[in-house]
Design a protein around this ligand. Structure first.
Ligand code: NA7
Length: 552
């Protein structure tokens, strides 16, 4: 671990700013940050591009949008009253329910008065002399703050591929992450869905029930498991709530920040085939992705072990999908199971048994052009009334790189991250003092229960701000050495797993030209948290603090 820790004094009094903190984004991360900063008596302003709070859950209104972590776990833990009182109607929250919950939190904790909606942060510049940030928005605001906290999300920059001819299309087109608030009725329409990640897989069964005909363009077959969604079992809810604080605490000591699953104890290869398949079958029936990955210790680290689970899933697909050729096309075959985000479905594979659904192999015959009437692949022309792009996001780094984020010392985030993102603990970027990132690259957030990661990051940052205030620190930054060592650690951990084998958004593979770097920390949430706690306990090891000589 890095050991650079410096505490120096500089001349001059602490410069006045409009706010102590500017927060970029009012999703789950921005809201909790605002709440915590209030508790510290700090002034803060959150800017949010959407016309409502909620981030991901505000934008992703496509049919079937649902969380893949169970509601009783995918919810804030910071208020026991909140978690006791809130009732989740289903095992997994759907988008409207989660958005309702987030709005309830905004009201309950009186957060809205410090949030400016319909406002996108366009620039954030750190002044190297005054140690303050100046933030500009597309609504003409220019404000100063001591600190800037990026709560701008990992999947908040929707990407429509650069297809030729898109402007010529005479029908309507949509992106999953920019869905119209009033919904879309596909009844009687000829529809194309492009993309079979979580968004495509969730919407396809629903659109298939409405459309006259649905063509699905699949480039990569994914590993998809049954969600096992169901109305919330009242007994399960009351048992969970009776034990909530202990369950939340237990989740802190797990690799994914999700409790309730006994950790695996055996290698998949130490178990006879029949027993192994029985174990996978039980997990398949139970539903859920983390539980499935927990069947054996080595599913994400040993190719041979992984193959046993992958074969089980492929056989399931062949058992559900009646047309043998379609079934084969739906069988993932180019990456180990779990190395792309595992998708949870409700009736996805069954949808291909409908007469009005056709699967197109967009790997063999790529989409070449959008035409006025529909689209053209390498070997055919199609006519559509609507095209849905479920083509994903410029993940993890997209939102920050869209901002003119720089320092007067001459650094820009775009240059700094040209060869891939670099952070210390996923929380700070060397050269960008007084800036924190929530769920940034190099943190385990997208590989963990996101809301648990958000609370952990925020608590760490807010505790740090309190420390800095008590010490009269005006400038706080990660050292280059600490950042280099963290980046190396993130890479070493990733290389000890099967994750880098997949062309996923974890490595930026879905964006042409994006540097191929494994961005999340996959050493486990609990290990990451222990490292963060240790860094703080050692007086923010790996960071430099500059104190004012006079703060009176
Ligand atoms: P994903 O998981 O990035 O999926 C995007 C899908 O779109 C994926 O199947 C891509 O295929 C496909 N895609 C992208 N570009 C093209 C082109 N040009 N032609 C054909 N197909 C294309 O995004 P989602 O919105 O589904 O999910 C994002 C996360 O949200 C998810 O992981 C959960 O964490 C929640 P590819 O696999 O790149 O070959």
């Amino acid at each position: 671990m890095p050991d650079t820790h410096n505490d120096s004094a500089s001349a001059g009094a602490m410069r006045e700013t409009d706010y102590d903190v500017v927060i970029v984004g009012a999703g789950l991360a921005g809201l909790y940050t605002l709440h915590r900063l209030r508790g510290l008596g700090m002034t803060a302003r959150a800017y949010e591009a959407g016309s409502g709070v909620g981030g991901t859950w505000f934008w992703n209104k496509y049919p079937g949008a649902r969380c893949d972590v169970e509601s009783l776990e995918y919810s804030y833990a910071f208020s026991d009253e909140l978690q006791q009182e809130w009732h989740w109607p289903e095992r997994y929250g759907n988008q409207p329910e989660i958005l309702e919950y987030i709005n309830h939190v905004a009201d309950r904790f009186d957060l809205r008065r410090d949030i400016q909606l319909n406002t996108r942060v366009t620039a954030a510049v750190f002044d190297d002399d005054t140690n303050t940030w100046t933030v500009e928005t597309d609504q003409g605001d220019t404000v100063t703050a001591r600190y800037c906290i990026m709560a701008s999300g990992n999947l908040s920059t929707p990407r429509v591929p650069d297809f030729k001819g898109i402007e010529s299309f005479k029908g309507k087109w949509y992106h999953s992450g920019l869905w119209p608030a009033g919904g879309v009725d596909f009844t009687g329409k000829r529809v194309a869905v492009i993309g079979t990640g979580s968004s495509g897989v969730q919407m396809i069964p629903i659109i298939a029930r409405q459309a006259k005909h649905l063509h699905v363009f699949q480039r990569t077959a994914n590993f998809i498991l049954p969600a096992g969604n169901a109305p919330m079992d009242p007994k399960r809810e009351s048992t969970h709530k009776a034990d909530y604080p202990a369950r939340r605490e237990a989740a802190q000591h797990t690799p994914f920040g999700i409790g309730g699953f006994p950790p695996p104890t055996q290698s998949a290869l130490d178990v006879p085939e029949a027993d192994r398949n029985a174990a996978y079958e039980a997990k398949w029936q139970e539903g859920g992705s983390i539980s499935f990955l927990y069947t054996y210790t080595d599913l994400l680290t040993n190719q041979e072990a992984n193959d046993t689970a992958a074969d089980f899933v492929r056989n399931k697909i062949r058992g559900i999908v009646k047309d043998a050729e379609t079934a084969e096309l739906l069988c993932p075959n180019d990456h180990p199971m779990g190395t792309k985000r595992l998708v949870l479905d409700t009736g996805y594979f069954e949808t291909y048994n409908r007469d009005n659904v056709t699967l197109v192999n967009a790997r063999k015959t790529p989409i070449e052009e959008i035409t006025p009437a529909g689209l053209r692949t390498a070997d055919a022309e199609y006519e559509f009334d609507a095209i849905v792009f479920a083509t994903g996001f410029d993940a993890i780094t997209g939102a920050m790189k869209e901002i003119d984020l720089r320092t007067t010392a001459g650094l820009t985030i775009q240059d700094n991250w040209e060869a891939g993102p670099r952070t210390y603990l996923g929380l700070m970027v060397a050269g960008f003092p007084n800036m924190f990132v929530i769920t940034g690259p190099g943190s385990p957030s997208v590989k963990a229960n996101m809301i648990v990661a958000i609370e952990q990051h925020t608590d760490w940052i807010v505790d740090c701000l309190q420390h800095l205030r008590e010490k009269g620190v005006s400038r706080f930054e990660a050292t280059k050495q600490a950042e280099d060592e963290w980046v190396q650690h993130v890479n070493e951990v990733a290389d000890s797993t099967l994750y880098p084998k997949a062309n996923s958004w974890y490595v930026g593979a879905n964006i042409p030209g994006k540097p191929r770097v494994f961005m999340p920390y996959v050493g486990g949430y609990e290990r990451y948290k222990a490292i963060c706690d240790d860094v703080a306990a050692k007086g923010y090891e790996g960071c430099v603090m500059t104190r004012e000589k006079t703060t009176a």
